[in-house]
Design a protein around this ligand. Structure first.
Ligand code: FAD
Ligand code: SF4
Ligand code: SF4
Length: 657
């Protein structure tokens, strides 16, 4: 390993990145200039430094020229710093003795019109990196022990798939679900696009499989309330709400529900029918344990009598807390459907025959409130004319600016199902653009118009009015193809509602200390290269908790998150980044300003020494504390004050007095 006291011997490698850099910057001039910089022994340019020959070029030079520092003038460190650290490590040099000079994102990409100035700027950026590299210190490569257990939060199709894959790979999995049963929103769907296979037939067997898997412990009616620790070693507190039914005594016979005199609106059926105060949410619920809803119960105890000797019902049950220890966490908390009551122009909640797409799913389902019969809520008559209104709550500056990605396809799916059941029904879809981007989607859309005679009207619906006598609905829109307003009467209107972040997203982002993107969904660490990672090491995201998506994409992401968690934990040890802060105890006054500012709770004050203490596995190297410490006691390794100031001096040489 290179000793930091050695005189720096720096190699500089200027990358063309094809024409990304070389198309603007004169890379040969930058390399020539680098040769003149202090401590530089060799400087070269090459077409792709990250390619195999590019990496070999550096490794060979390290040996040939006895280099102990390397500067790569190329892309962002986010892209390839890890690549070049590996090159150094394999060549026997401490991996932290490489510095990236970002002449692509910071230069060629933003100065395309000014190649001469871009070349001068690249020279300056390279000089700064060389100055910093001279003062770089080798950092210890550290590892922490990792538990081979994973927590999955959310029991929808994403959480179920991630948990099953991890169990298959030999990990112990805890699956936490806030509702009474796992299954998520997919359990409410009738058929699924684009194959039109029945949702229950796909989801049901997976729910049974996971319910029987000995390596997956399912905790339903439970929520995560605290997470401590760090990657490889998280301590999680889970709150279990009381079901007032003892799980191992309940046989799922349902005799209590038969005896119960109280009904309340059934959320699973979108409140289109009722369930008993003691009941299960749907027939194929997993686990098959009844829940007594105290908010609705009148304490007549008829259920207790019906349950008899099984003694499963216990009115005294209290909430309890469980502590779990896991190495990684996958967040798969899904979405909430947009509530269109706020959009008064559509009359949802006012006109009984305006319903949402999710309500239509329940009406179409044989297990739904009407047994699959399509009826209007106002008079339970079968409608003859139905309109779908697209983009309700999506693609709107007033509501959510994003596209919810599934509404076009689910409306087309429902329209086709309606036409299959009732070929004489008039079915219209009012849309802005049809987004049929997935495999088989365009064909599915084309068939809707061509074979099923679904009418597509291009134009945003401005308003819906009701005829108070018939409860029929007048849809007013502008047909942008014909360039004229349209006014059509329907028996029923279905609003294609947006997918919004789940109501628990904000609270969970605070508990887990993971960030959200401007749309409110959880944010991935990098949209292309780390799509299921978060910026908190060991915490992954999957499914619609990350953003609206359909079931195939949800499952793909869940599998990716499971594979990423497994790759992280499989060796039982995790290498942690050494670019973390350290405290100079001589200087530290114990004021705790750093503790307060740290967004990752990586700092505390040692009670005896009254000095700041760092949990290195939790530190992400963001540097907030180093910038806050009033006495300069906190220093971020690899970005120490002296290293950063050397860069400043290289860019703006100090003035002679
Ligand atoms: P969810 O299904 O939302 O599951 C998330 C789970 O996490 C839920 O069980 C929830 O209770 C739980 N949870 C939430 N917060 C917490 C917490 N804090 N702690 C513990 N548990 C929590 N897609 C298709 O591919 N084909 C279709 O035909 C189709 N039709 C659709 C029709 C409609 C009307 C709608 C609205 C969507 C449709 N979709 C369709 C999209 C589909 O619903 C989603 O892709 C899929 O359900 C996403 O699964 P998920 O696991 O990410 O989220
Ligand atoms: Fe229903 Fe409550 Fe009576 Fe039990 S005690 S039967 S849950 S109302
Ligand atoms: Fe010590 Fe600086 Fe943190 Fe205050 S801010 S506790 S002085 S390290």
């Amino acid at each position: 390993m290179t000793d930091e006291s050695e005189k720096p011997r720096i190699g500089v490698y200027v990358c063309h990145c094809g024409l990304n850099i070389a198309g603007v910057v004169d890379v040969k001039r930058v390399a020539e200039y680098a040769k003149s910089l202090p401590n530089v022994v060799v400087a070269k340019d090459y077409r792709y430094m990250c390619s195999d020959p590019g990496q070999d070029l550096i490794a060979d030079d390290i040996k040939k020229h006895d280099l102990n520092r390397v500067v790569v003038a190329a892309c962002s460190p986010n892209m390839h710093e890890a690549t070049f650290r590996n090159v150094l490590e394999k060549a026997g040099v401490n991996p932290y003795l490489v510095e990236m000079a970002n002449i692509r994102e910071h230069c060629s990409w933003v100065h395309r019109e000014e190649p001469e100035k871009a070349t001068e700027k690249s020279k300056a950026i390279t000089a700064m990196a060389v100055a910093k590299a001279a003062g770089l210190e080798p950092l210890e490569v550290k590892e922490v022990e990792a538990l081979k257990k994973v927590l999955v939060i959310g029991g929808g199709i994403a959480g179920i798939n991630a948990a099953l894959d991890l169990a298959e790979m030999g990990f112990k999995v805890y699956l936490i679900e806030k509702n009474e049963s796992i299954g998520g929103r997919m359990s409410q769907l009738d058929k699924t696009f684009p194959t039109l296979d029945c949702s229950t037939c796909v989801l049901g067997p997976k729910m049974v499989e996971i319910g029987r898997n000995a390596d997956v412990e399912i905790l339903t009616y439970s929520e995560v309330i605290q997470v401590e620790g760090y990657v490889g070693n998280f301590r999680v507190k889970v709150l279990r709400k009381p079901r007032y039914v003892i799980p191992h005594n309940c046989t799922g016979c349902g005799e209590c529900a038969d005896a119960c005199p109280i009904d309340f609106p059934n959320e699973w059926n979108m409140k289109l029918d009722v369930r008993k105060a003691i009941s299960i949410p749907f027939d194929y619920a997993v686990p098959l344990i009844y829940t007594l809803h105290k908010d609705h119960c009148i304490e007549c105890y008829k259920c207790v009598d019906a349950c008899g000797e099984r003694r499963a019902i216990n009115f005294e049950m209290e909430p309890d807390e469980v502590e779990l220890e896991v190495g990684a966490i996958i967040v798969a908390t899904g979405y909430d459907p947009y509530d269109p009551t706020i959009d008064r122009e559509y009359g949802y909640g006012v006109y009984p025959n305006v319903i949402t797409g999710l309500e239509m799913e329940r009406l179409l389902s044989a297990a739904g409130p009407t047994g699959g019969r399509i009826t209007r809520p106002s008079d339970l008559e079968e409608p003859k004319r139905i309109a779908f209104v697209q983009c309700v709550g999506s693609r709107s500056q007033r509501r959510n600016p994003y596209c919810s990605r599934v509404c076009c396809m689910y409306s087309i799916k429902q329209a086709r199902q309606l036409k299959e059941k009732h070929p004489d029904m008039d079915v219209y879809i009012f849309y802005m653009d049809i987004r049929a981007f997935g495999k088989g989607f365009e064909e599915f859309y084309e068939q809707a118009g061509r074979d099923y005679k679904v009418q597509f009207v291009r134009g945003r619906v401005a308003e819906i009015e009701e005829n108070p006598e018939t409860h029929n609905l007048i849809v007013m829109a502008e047909d942008t193809f014909l360039g004229r307003p349209v006014r059509l009467e329907f028996d029923m209107v279905v609003l294609a509602i947006a997918l919004e972040p789940n109501a628990t997203t904000e609270k969970l982002s605070e508990i887990l200390r993971i960030t959200r993107s401007p749309d409110g969904f959880f944010q991935e660490a990098h949209p292309k290269l780390r799509p299921v990672d978060t910026l908190s090491a060991g915490i992954f995201i999957a499914g619609t908790s990350q953003g609206p998506k359909d079931i195939p994409d949800t499952v793909a992401q869940a599998k990716a998150a499971a594979a990423s968690a497994a790759a992280l934990l499989s060796k039982g040890k995790i290498r942690i980044d050494s670019v973390v802060v350290s405290v100079d105890e001589e200087l530290c006054t114990g004021c705790a300003k750093c503790v307060d500012i740290c967004p990752f709770q990586a700092l505390s004050i040692d009670e005896i020494a009254q000095k700041a203490k760092v949990i290195e596995a939790k530190c992400t190297g963001c540097g907030s504390c180093a910038a806050t410490c009033p006495v300069g006691a906190m220093q971020l390794k690899h970005f120490k004050d002296a290293q950063v100031l050397a860069m400043v001096d290289a860019a703006i040489p100090p003035q002679k007095q």
